[in-house]
Design a protein around this ligand. Structure first.
Ligand SMILES: Cc1cc2nc3c(=O)[nH]c(=O)nc-3n(C[C@H](O)[C@H](O)[C@H](O)COP(=O)(O)OP(=O)(O)OC[C@H]3O[C@@H](n4cnc5c(N)ncnc54)[C@H](O)[C@@H]3O)c2cc1C
Length: 376
C-alpha cells in the first residue's frame, strides 16, 4: 500500500495522531485529522523526554523547535530525602552526538510545536469534530462525522487516547484502563540555576523531582500512593502537596515547598494503565498511542512509544504490498517494545507501593532504559 495519494483519516489530535499525520504527509498521503476538542487544548505541566523521544523528534522534523522552546540536558541525579547524592544516571545521546540525551518541555508548548508542524505538512485539521460511525469494508472505511458529513477512506487511524472511542467501537471487549494505586502531582515553578537537569529525591513511599522545561521554568512532580481513586477538590491542592513535601529536608525541596502557591499550576492525576493484546487493527481501522498502550510515567516513555508507533506505521504501510500486510508488520514491530514499557512501568509502581526491593527497582529501570535505547 504505497501511501502516495491514499486517503487517510486520523481520529485524535494528540502527539501520536499528529506524528502520524506528519509522517504520512511526507509519504504523500492525503490526511484528514479530526479532534474532538474545539480548542485543541493540552493540559498538564511539563513532560519528561528521554533520548528515544528526542530521536523520534529528529525523525519527525521537530527537534530544532523543541531545542529552542524546551530544555535539553544530560543525565539525572538521585538524592535521599535529606539531599545526599545516591546516583547519577547517564542518559545516552540517542538523537545524535550533538544532542543531549534527555529533556523536558511544557505540555502546551509541545502541543503547539506539533500542531504547527501538522498544519505545515498540509494536514486537513477539523476541530470540534468526531466520528459517529465507521463502516469498515473490504476496500475502505466510510466515516460519518458528528457534523453529519460522510467521507470514504483507504485507512482510519484511531489515536484518541486512553479512553479511546475508536477502540470501544472496533474492540468492544478490549480491556479498559485500570487505576494502579498511585497518583502524580505536578506544578510549575521558577527554575533556580542549580536545576540544570532532572533531579529526584526518594522519600518513604513518596518520590519527588524537578525537571527544567525552559530557561527560567521547571516542573515539579510528586508520586504518591493512594489506594482509592477519589476526586480531590482543587482548593485542597496546595495544602496537600505541601504536606507531601514536608518529609523532604533537602534544601531545594524546602525552597520548593515554600514557593508553592495557588498560582503554581498544580495538576493532580491518578495513574491508569491499559495494554491491548494484538492485533491492534481490524480490517482497515488501526489504533496507535495510548488507545492501545497507556502507561504510567515511571519510565517517562508514554509519549515516546506513541510517536514511534506513528513513525513505524507510516514506514510499514508505505512499503507493504497490501494494507493488511503493512498493519501486520506494524504490530509485529511494536508489540514487544510497548508491552515492555507498560508492564515494566506498572511493576515499578507496584514495587514502590509495596516498599519492595530497591535492587529490583534499579535493575528494572536500567533494563528498560537499555531496551528503549535500541533502534525501533
Ligand atoms: C500523569 C502523567 C504523566 C506523564 N508523563 C509523561 C512523561 O513525562 N513522558 C512521556 O513520554 N509520557 C508521559 N505520559 C504519557 C503521555 O502523556 C501519553 O502517553 C501521551 O500523551 C499519549 O498520546 P496520544 O496522542 O496517544 O493520546 P492523547 O495525548 O490522550 O491524545 C488523544 C487526543 O484525541 C482526542 N480525542 C479523544 N477522543 C476523541 C474522539 N472521539 N474524536 C476525536 N478526538 C478525540 C483528545 O482530545 C486528544 O487530543 C504521562 C501520562 C500521565 C497520565
Amino acid at each position: 500500500m504505497a501511501l502516495k495519494g491514499k486517503k487517510i483519516l486520523i481520529i485524535g489530535g494528540g502527539v501520536a495522531g499528529m506524528a502520524a499525520a506528519i509522517q504520512m504527509r511526507k509519504a504523500g498521503a492525503n490526511i484528514d485529522l479530526v479532534e474532538i476538542d474545539p480548542g485543541w487544548r493540552s493540559y498538564g505541566a511539563g513532560i519528561t523526554l528521554g533520548g528515544a523521544t528526542l530521536r523520534a523528534f529528529r525523525t519527525l522534523g521537530i527537534l530544532d523547535a523543541f531545542l529552542e522552546k524546551g530544555a535539553a540536558h544530560d543525565g539525572a541525579d538521585f538524592f535521599t530525602s535529606s539531599g545526599h547524592l545516591i546516583a547519577n544516571l547517564p542518559t545516552p545521546r540517542l538523537a545524535g552526538p550533538d544532542i543531549p540525551g534527555a529533556g523536558a518541555i511544557m505540555r502546551p508548548v509541545l502541543a503547539a510545536i506539533f500542531a504547527e508542524a501538522t498544519r505545515a505538512a498540509g494536514t486537513n485539521v477539523r476541530l470540534g469534530t468526531t466520528f459517529e460511525t465507521l463502516d469498515n469494508r473490504d476496500n475502505g472505511v466510510e466515516a460519518k462525522f458528528s457534523d453529519g458529513s460522510r467521507t470514504s477512506y483507504d485507512l482510519v487511524i484511531g489515536a484518541d487516547g486512553l479512553n479511546s472511542d475508536v477502540r470501544a467501537h472496533i474492540f468492544p471487549d478490549a480491556p479498559t484502563p485500570r487505576y494502579t494505586g498511585q497518583c502524580v502531582w505536578r506544578a510549575v515553578l521558577r527554575r533556580p540555576p542549580e536545576v540544570d537537569r532532572t533531579k529526584m529525591w526518594m522519600g518513604h513511599k513518596v518520590k519527588t523531582g524537578v525537571n527544567p522545561v525552559s530557561r527560567d521554568q521547571m516542573y515539579l512532580f510528586v508520586t504518591e500512593d493512594r489506594p482509592n481513586n477519589d476526586r480531590i477538590e482543587p482548593a485542597r491542592f496546595v495544602g496537600m502537596l505541601k504536606a507531601l513535601l514536608a518529609q523532604f529536608s533537602a534544601p531545594l525541596m524546602k525552597a520548593v515547598h515554600d514557593e508553592l502557591n495557588e498560582d503554581s499550576h498544580i495538576v493532580y492525576r491518578p495513574l491508569e494503565a491499559m495494554l491491548l493484546p494484538p492485533p491492534w487493527f481490524t480490517g482497515r481501522i488501526v489504533l496507535i498511542g495510548d488507545a492501545v498502550h497507556a502507561t504510567t510515567p515511571h519510565l517517562a516513555a508514554g509519549a515516546c512509544i506513541g510517536l514511534e508507533d506513528a513513525i513505524v506505521l507510516a514506514a510499514e504501510l508505505d512499503r507493504a504490498d497490501s494494507t493488511e500486510q503493512g498493519l501486520q508488520a506494524f504490530g509485529a514491530r511494536r508489540w514487544e517494545r510497548c508491552r515492555m514499557v507498560v508492564e515494566n512501568s506498572v511493576r515499578l509502581g507496584e514495587i514502590e507501593i509495596a516498599g519492595g526491593d530497591p535492587n529490583e527497582h534499579a535493575a528494572l529501570m536500567r533494563d528498560s532504559a537499555m531496551a528503549l535505547a535500541a533502534p525501533i
